[in-house]
Design a protein around this ligand. Structure first.
Ligand SMILES: [Zn+2]
Length: 387
């Protein structure tokens, strides 16, 4: 039996902060927490002094293509370690939508193998392939303009099995229904996300209740709007999401407000509420920045000058969202841990500090500088170094 007591911690709970808290961990799980003067610490416990830092649930990044130079599809272990250093104790590896069917199948096998070696990767977020090829980065080289074919999708859906937690889709893709049915048959718990699309709310609703998307893929990015009358504002997937109280919206909060302007981030917070926003990094493989964008440090660009994801990690995303909106540390943790865990059906084991959950913890200061990371009760990172 392994017991750890974390003392002198500002414990970030789902609904507030417990000042001067003590957190007890047992065998990799959270056992209990409380005020220091009220808690009894077992004599055999190993003591960790949090030195007054905030101790919150490890970050959950559900949409992430690469960490540094490492692709989450083909170098998933290296990528997972990159993110672990920044407090991400859960990621969903995200194959990029410009991969062809063979590459996707290979990526699934690679990720499956890595999951046997790291606890950080807990599945796959499939961004595509059935998206609208006119929206997103690298549209010029998108290999998915040839429609939906059963002999193709059965291969990569079968290769993924239950690993895929989310399929992002564009409802306007023709003949999509058989694919959705098959994906749901292979993994009954799979969630659908709405992304890279110009579907009208009516087209989204035509999917029916069974296949209704419950997550919006990076809201306000890679979406189109169809105007109905000249001079009126069109509507599309973003508007659909804003009008669905139970739908989650993924937000890329970069430091320059390039993906989503700070005013739009505040609007999103007002429209969706803090419980329905999921921070994502949408990190892609680090690429050269075109000279005209040299001042933007945390973004990546495709060879055509289009924005292509970010270089972010979740600690930075939290700092950015606090800078762009009026949210505080607790809310940033909700958006970076609890909400994503809920959206993908993992909240019973991760995403908040509660008895019985995995002791996945991140220690940060008030600017989200990561001091320490614990993974299932063990110190995984100390002052930026992997243990
Ligand atoms: Zn992406």
């Amino acid at each position: 039996m392994r017991i750890t007591a974390i003392k002198n911690a500002q414990i970030v709970l789902e609904n507030g902060i417990l000042w001067d808290g003590v957190l007890l961990l047992k065998d990799g799980k959270i056992e209990a927490f409380g005020k220091e003067r009220e808690m009894e610490i077992p004599k055999e416990a190993e003591i960790i002094d949090a030195e007054g830092k905030y101790v919150g649930p490890g970050f959950v990044d559900i949409h992430v293509h690469a960490g540094g130079k490492y692709s989450t599809s083909f170098q998933p272990l290296e990528a997972a370690n990159h993110f672990l250093r920044h407090g991400e104790t859960t990621i969903l590896a995200t194959p990029f939508y410009d991969m062809n069917a063979e590459e996707m199948t290979r990526a699934m096998e690679c990720i499956r193998e890595a999951m046997g070696k790291t606890k950080v990767i807990k599945g796959i977020y499939a961004e595509g392939p059935y998206l609208n090829p006119n929206y997103g980065a690298n549209t010029q080289t998108n290999p998915w303009r040839h429609g939906v074919h059963e002999e193709e999708y059965t291969k990569f859906v079968d290769a993924a099995g239950s690993l895929i937690k989310v399929w992002s889709i564009a409802p306007e893709v023709e003949n999509l229904k058989p694919f959705l049915e098959y994906a749901r048959k292979v993994n009954p718990d799979v969630k659908f996300a709405l992304g890279h699309s110009e579907a009208t709310p009516e087209e989204v609703r035509a999917l029916g209740e069974t296949y209704r998307p419950c997550i919006m893929t990076h809201i306000f990015n890679a979406t189109g709007r169809k105007p109905v009358y000249g001079g009126t504002r069109g509507y599309g997937p973003d508007e659909y999401c804003l009008a669905q109280p139970d739908m989650y919206a993924e937000l890329i909060s970069d430091s320059g407000g390039v993906h989503v302007h700070a005013d739009m981030q505040r609007m999103l917070l007002a429209a969706k509420g803090v419980d329905k926003i999921i921070l994502i990094t949408d990190s892609t493989e680090e690429a050269e920045t075109p000279p005209q964008y040299a001042h933007i440090k945390d973004l990546n660009f495709d060879p055509y000058g289009g924005i292509c994801g970010s270089k972010m990690t979740m600690d930075l995303a939290c700092r950015n969202v606090m800078q762009s909106t009026n949210c505080g540390i607790c809310q940033a943790f909700l958006m970076a841990a609890a909400n994503p865990a809920k959206a993908v059906g993992m909240f019973d084991t991760i995403g908040s500090i509660a008895p019985g959950k995995n002791a996945d913890l991140v220690f940060v200061d008030d600017k989200f500088n990561v001091e320490k990371v614990m993974l299932e009760g063990k110190i995984a990172v100390e002052k930026g170094e992997l243990k």
